[in-house]
Ligand binder design. Sequence first.
Ligand SMILES: *Cc1c(COP(=O)(O)O)cnc(C)c1O
Length: 360
Amino acid sequence: MTRVFNFSAGPAALPESVLRQAADEMLDWHGSGMSVMEMSHRGKEFIAIHAEAESLLRELLAIPANYKVLFLQGGGMAENAVVPMNLLRGKAGADYINTGEWSKKSIKEAKKYCKVNVAASAEASNFSCVPARADWQLDPDAAYVHICSNETIGGVEYHFTPDVGSVPLVADMSSSILSRPVDVAKYGLIYGGAQKNIGPAGLTIVIVREDLLGQPLPCTPSAFDYKQQADNDSMLNTPPTYAIYIAGLVFNWIKSRGGLAAMETHNRAKAALLYDFLDASAFFSNPVAHADRSLMNVPFKLRDESLDDAFLKGAVARGMIQLKGHRSVGGMRASIYNAMPVEGVQALVAYMKEFEAQHG
Ligand SMILES: *Cc1c(COP(=O)(O)O)cnc(C)c1O
């Protein structure tokens, strides 16, 4: 068996030890005589798996007791609609910060439900930075302020938590959740799909302050009513059981590696390898402002884009896959989530050096 270095932006690589454990437990989970996939979500076995996953996530992120953790479905895309449905609470509009492709999607969706005030945008810089907090034109009467913590496509990440006063801060953390510690108490709501840094596609995580719940728009589907889901331990309907089980294994893996502070050290070291090389290279480049560069998604371009295909082909031949950039921006992108070992980044940098020496 040969495992590749998978630089996919999502669904993305998972820790090998987690996959091995899942394989070992596939046919008979802990003597239950069945796979987790086959269990009733209301049975004692799955209820224990679910509770363990929630408790590990609470421990890793030090989630305060007045926050609910919801394991839902629908992905980040659904949350773009579900957030305004649940959090408008009688207000007319919400503030959005536009830092790129995923912000734009959130804004577009929210416009179906409320007045969207784009309080700051990085469009003028071609989305190569996070707009300075001092330049945000916030509406004091907004229902919430929405940010995308890490733009998966553009490779722009917040390295600060913006102070937005008493208005709840909402963050799409799909591609940065669990990559480093976060002060959850500074947020009203955090959401993210699992398939970038947590587990299989199909699971969506929502962490929400309790006092924001209970005033959904009347049209809100029950499955997406945070209060109803919270009151039912995310089991108003069948949750994505197998994805929750794998997420629990990943949470355990993170804990065994020293938790989120250790993850941050590990992730910073990996990102530095790549950015230091890019900055020293005359052939490869990354357009993002240094202070706002993503630790998770590193877009880069070749000086001569006619060599893109040759670069990608050579990467595949060396066991490195999914390096093609998103179709909206072109070039390359290396996604280096928690599960990407430092050896993968070292192999990529070595290959880039070799490629530059040959073609630069
Ligand atoms: C991947 C991603 C999404 C979309 O998630 P889906 O599960 O495909 O709906 C939303 N926001 C960000 C930042 C992402 O990286």
